[in-house]
Design a protein around this ligand. Structure first.
Ligand code: NAP
Length: 320
């Protein structure tokens, strides 16, 4: 089979398309014919060798993929050959024509979700669901600011926030991003490259502030996010690419808090909640993954460059 392989950490060019043996599922494992693989920012940090998790070399990147079950190992009960599935983590990597996954890492893909959309479920929707339900413990009457609403996690958060009954504000950096955020459920969208946009956000809340900020770029925004919070507000740090200085006094008067998480650290109970919630939302059409760009598997290098560029507009997926 064809697979992307990384033999050394480094620039995007270390992603090589190679011919490798198709794996065979051992007991408790599932072999999935991957039709599309989702590209997430963390895969670029991992490839560069700067991420907290360093896989043994060589490895195939990717946790998110969608396709059809090719074969199952002994004892697998949950899925059968020909079932349509998405992966939430894999054993062998999803940037490949076939991926091995543990039985618990494959999940049914509702009929109305195609494979390209299925490649954009686990990391973006799992993260947004965990941020709103488990971390922020959001209530229907609250207001959330999705700070970075045009990308994979942001669009998922808009759709989930709307389904929960929240008032949903979003930000994006380009006119296309603003349009996408509006279309995907934001009640109001602000441009995060325009000076003074934070003031516009406060005014939109009648100067009360927002209850929750889902922050995609904390190193840039965290210190200002705290000034946008209402009493008992929470900033949920989802993404950060560096250090930041904050004034803790901004939290004290508001009884506010800052929380962070990584999707790798969630509990099995939280993971079961997430997949149950996502399946329901995908099946009833509340959750609709947005594919912004499709590239062939051979263009993984380009995908890793473009995922870090400004101007997000949905998911980048690799067609395998
Ligand atoms: P993505 O699809 O590349 O989207 C990036 C988003 O960040 C876009 O909406 C982009 O908007 C926005 N952005 C750019 N500059 C910004 C600024 N100054 N202020 C606010 N937002 C800004 O990435 P993603 O998959 O949504 O992931 C977002 C971040 O969360 C990444 O850093 C990722 O590593 C992290 N993440 C963390 C976890 C976790 O477990 N904690 C899980 C998933 C993702 P424009 O392009 O329109 O400017």
């Amino acid at each position: 089979m064809k697979a992307i392989r990384v033999h050394q950490f480094g620039d995007p060019e270390v992603l090589k398309l190679e011919e490798v043996p198709t794996p065979k599922p051992a007991a408790g494992q599932v072999l999935v014919r991957i039709h599309a693989a989702g590209v997430n920012p963390y895969e670029t940090y991992m490839r560069a060798g700067t991420y907290a998790l360093k896989p043994p070399l060589p490895y195939t990147p990717g946790s998110d993929g969608a396709g059809v079950v090719e074969a199952v190992g002994e004892g697998v009960q949950k899925v059968r050959p020909n079932d349509r599935v998405y992966t939430g983590r894999t054993v062998s990597g999803s940037y490949a024509e076939y991926a091995l996954a543990l039985e618990e890492q494959v999940h049914p893909l509702p009929a109305k979700v195609d494979f390209k959309q299925g490649a954009g479920i686990w990391v973006p929707y799992g993260t947004a669901f965990h941020a709103l339900y488990h971390s922020a413990k959001a209530h229907a009457s609250e207001t959330v600011l999705v700070h970075g609403a045009s990308g994979g996690v942001g669009i998922a958060a808009l759709q989930i926030g709307r389904a929960m009954g929240l008032r949903v504000l979003g930000t994006a950096g380009t006119p296309r991003g603003v349009e996408i955020a509006k279309r995907e459920g934001a009640h109001q969208v602000f441009e995060h490259r325009k000076s003074g946009y934070q003031e516009e956000i406060l005014q939109a809340t009648g100067n009360r502030g927002v209850d929750i900020v889902l922050e995609m770029l904390a190193n840039v925004n965290l210190s200002h996010d705290m000034k946008l919070l209402a009493n008992n507000g929470r900033v949920i740090v989802i993404g950060s690419r560096g250090e930041v200085t904050i004034n803790p006094r901004e939290l004290m008067g508001r009884r506010a808090s800052i929380r962070g998480f990584t999707l790798w650290g969630i509990t099995p109970g939280e993971e079961a909640d997430i997949h149950a919630g996502l399946f329901a939302g995908l099946e009833n059409g509340t959750l609709r993954p947005v594919v912004g760009k499709e590239l062939p598997l051979a263009e993984a290098v380009r995908a890793h460059k473009e995922i870090l560029e400004p101007g997000a507009g949905g998911k980048i997926v690799l067609i395998c």
